[in-house]
Write a protein that binds this ligand. Structure first.
Ligand code: ADP
Ligand code: SF4
Length: 693
């Protein structure tokens, strides 16, 4: 290990327990609930195995009045929930890490759709959200004194259960719009009793949660406070630098650990497209000066130098990681073993967060094994040795081809990777040149760097493979990873792609990637709805062209609401003067006139533009595969056993799908059951019954 990094491996005392090092996996959603306890235990334990000194759950509800359905959330509602959490604790403890639990009451930020309990809030004000999944129509109740006592009682009961499950650290959650936080904000807390008014009064509810939790389990467990400080830091205080300073000063040494963060998911879990590493620091930098208790915070830290600097400058005591720990559960061990150049760095694409919004267990672009540890038996660092001497040919060096090559090579197969372009990376060659997307190049760089160091890999760029070349090489196993192509298809009011818009001045992202430059003014027409349409509009406008962005959806880059990017897509397009037209279908483009119709009303409008860039339907570019299938009779003579498509050449998707596909192919080279996975089931000790607190 680089001696400069030794400080990262010092133990840190958190109340009655001690973290073995400063690597702290802060709470993050995993989409794993009591429905899949083994999936959850293995996911968290893998991080402990990889060296994270503390591993925390995502939000764990203390009572049915904190019910985020249909979003996935965990529970400690009654004793039946203890054993499934105990599984996680035991698995984490096997690697000598501490297990922490983020106990949580969502207040008015949850809709209690399943329990049908009117949400709890300080003053009856709904926690509004622009995300459909978070909107609800049932307005919250105003909590009375009994309600306050109840919520504190549920926290205490859940904390006791957490201790029985084996957790070492128990949280109070006062962040991200949830109940504790709702009491802190004067805009939201209008109470006139002892819990509203002055900052001291507004802090009272959180104080009582901490005190009661400490009384109940503080002898055995560290008690952590997770708090959002962004909004409070912007609010003036009579006697302190801000209300954030006042709140932290009032609670100062009461919690055993401060876990400090931003207020909303888009700022707290910012995407690299829009927010730099360490973006939290200006908000949380003061906390360490106001308390003697350890402070943990995040900032997408993947560089050990940055981590050391955070500690030496007195900003943080523990290096918090959520996404970096998903992308590389073995990040701490790699630093300890002097292998920091092998860290699989998170690209901050927020696909992991989209999994939670989708209500499913976590997926990760960089780490195909995330969430697959138990059900598919995939380990992020270990692979089973090759079961044959087959030679492997992979055609196409994009994300799918690179991942397939890496995993096959790690397994010990002799691998040839052929790429027709001068450089590897596939779609990333172009896309990383777009505004904010350079960090995504880590998907290529991590894999290429590892492959270049291996003796059993031949990497050929500038090598277009046709049928003759594939047959001529005669490798036993062939993967076709030739990607997908963007079409000029339009979109119908039935919401399906239709026809093609031909003619001069019509471009696709592939044309731009090939170096063609559309003449302005330009219409970017996007019904792909992910990042690319918005990023291309931003890029063209940034080059000084006049750009209109149109989409049948209700927002620009509509799906990026799932990845916390949408607000910033709109902000950037607005800053660059890009006109955004939503609910719009492109009907035709002739003689410099684009005709659009409203998807709901059919009302027509026209736009004078010189070029149209369509970012819409993408289909597999699998010509080589089809040609090889046409001559299947020749495979045996050439020594070929199988030819299969992977990644976008099989089914066009996002980077996460391509990487997963390449990974699965190489794991399954000698395992016909590779597509199957174990189905998890809940653990219940007692028969069904009422929730008793
Ligand atoms: P994926 O996301 O599935 O990896 P990409 O489109 O990113 O797909 O990458 C596909 C890669 O395959 C591109 O780099 C492309 O240049 C390469 N490719 C396509 N056809 C051939 C071929 N016949 N021979 C070698 N490389 C090819
Ligand atoms: Fe990072 Fe993206 Fe993986 Fe999330 S999905 S951990 S943001 S690489």
């Amino acid at each position: 290990m680089n001696p400069n990094y030794e400080i990262l491996f010092e133990p840190v005392k958190i109340g009655p327990v001690t973290a073995p090092n400063r690597f702290y996996q802060v709470p993050h959603a995993s989409g794993m609930t009591e429905a899949n306890p083994r999936v959850r235990a293995a996911f968290r334990a893998t991080k402990a195995e990889g060296g994270w000194g503390v591993v925390t759950t995502g939000a764990v509800s203390t009572h049915p009045s904190s019910d985020d359905s249909p979003l996935p959330f965990a529970r400690l509602w009654d004793d039946n929930d203890i054993r499934s959490h105990a599984l996680t604790c035991d698995a984490i403890h096997q690697h000598d890490a501490l297990a922490a639990v983020e106990l949580w009451h969502g207040g008015a930020a949850v809709m209690n759709r399943s329990s049908r309990i009117a949400p709890y809030s300080p003053s009856g004000i709904p926690w509004a959200a622009t995300h459909v999944g978070f909107m609800g129509q049932l307005r919250p109740r105003v909590m009375d004194q009994q309600d306050i006592r109840d919520v504190i009682g549920w926290q205490v009961a859940a904390a006791r259960r957490a201790r029985s499950a084996g957790f070492d650290i128990v949280y109070i959650y006062a962040g991200m719009g949830y109940l504790g936080y709702e009491f802190l904000l004067d805009d939201y807390n209008h109470r006139t009793d002892a819990y509203g008014g002055s900052v001291e009064n507004r802090v009272r509810f959180v104080r009582e949660l901490i005190e009661s939790t400490k009384d109940a389990v503080g002898q055995d467990c560290g008690v952590a406070l997770r708090i959002s400080l962004e909004e409070l830091r912007g609010k003036a205080s009579d006697n302190f630098a801000s209300q954030a300073h006042e709140v932290v000063s009032l609670l100062s040494d009461l919690p055993d650990l401060w876990d400090v963060k931003m207020d909303s998911s888009p700022t707290d879990c910012g995407a690299s497209r829009f927010r730099p590493e360490g973006a939290h620091e200006p908000v949380i930098d003061f906390v360490r000066t106001v308390t003697d208790k350890p402070v943990v915070g995040v900032g997408r830290f993947t560089s050990p130098d940055t981590m050391v600097s955070q500690i030496k400058r007195g900003v943080l005591d523990l290096i918090g990681g959520a996404r970096p720990s998903i992308a590389d559960p073995f990040l701490p061990n790699k630093i300890r073993e002097g292998r920091e150049d092998e860290i699989r760095e998170c690209i901050d694409c927020n696909i992991c967060i989209s999994s939670w919004h989708d209500g499913v267990p976590v997926r990760c672009t960089q780490n195909a094994t995330a969430g697959e540890e138990w059900r598919r038996g995939w380990h992020p660092e270990k692979v089973s040795p090759a079961a044959s001497n087959d030679n492997i040919l992979i055609v196409g060096g994009g994300p799918a081809g690179l991942e397939a090559a890496l995993i096959a090579a790690r397994r010990g197969y002799q691998v040839t990777l052929a790429e027709k372009a001068p450089e590897f990376g596939g779609r990333l060659r172009f896309e990383t040149s777009l505004p904010g997307l350079a960090t995504w190049g880590r998907v290529r760089d991590y894999r290429l760097y590892a492959l270049q160091k291996m003796g059993n890999v031949n990497l050929y760029s500038n090598s277009e493979m046709g049928v003759d070349e594939v047959l001529g090489l005669g490798h036993q196993r062939v993967a076709i990873a030739t990607g997908a192509r963007w079409t000029q298809a339009l979109y119908s009011s039935l919401e399906i792609p239709k026809g093609e818009l031909k003619g001069p001045g019509v471009y696709t992202p592939d044309d731009l990637a090939a170096g063609k430059v559309p003449r302005g003014p330009i219409l970017v027409y996007d019904f792909d709805n992910y990042y690319l349409g918005g990023a291309i509009a931003e890029s063209l406008a940034g080059q000084g062209m006049s750009v209109t962005y149109a989409t049948p959806a209700g927002h620009a880059s509509a799906w990026t609401i799932m990845t916390n990017e949408q607000p910033f897509v709109h902000q950037n397009l607005h800053k660059l003067g890009v006109d955004i037209t939503t609910q719009a279908l492109l009907d035709s483009f002739e003689a410099g006139l684009a005709t659009l119709s409203n998807i709901f009303t059919g009302e027509l409008s026209t736009l004078e533009v010189s070029s149209v860039v369509i970012v819409g339907l993408r289909l597999p570019a699998d010509d080589l595969y089809q040609s090889l299938c046409d001559c299947e009779a020749q495979w045996q003579g050439a020594g070929i056993e199988s030819v299969e498509r992977i990644g976008d050449a099989f089914a066009a998707g996002a980077l996460v799908h391509a990487v997963h596909s390449g990974h699965a192919w190489s794991r399954g080279l000698d395992n016909p059951d590779a597509e199957n996975y174990l189905r998890d089931i809940p653990i219940a000790e007692f028969p069904p019954g009422p929730v008793i607190n």
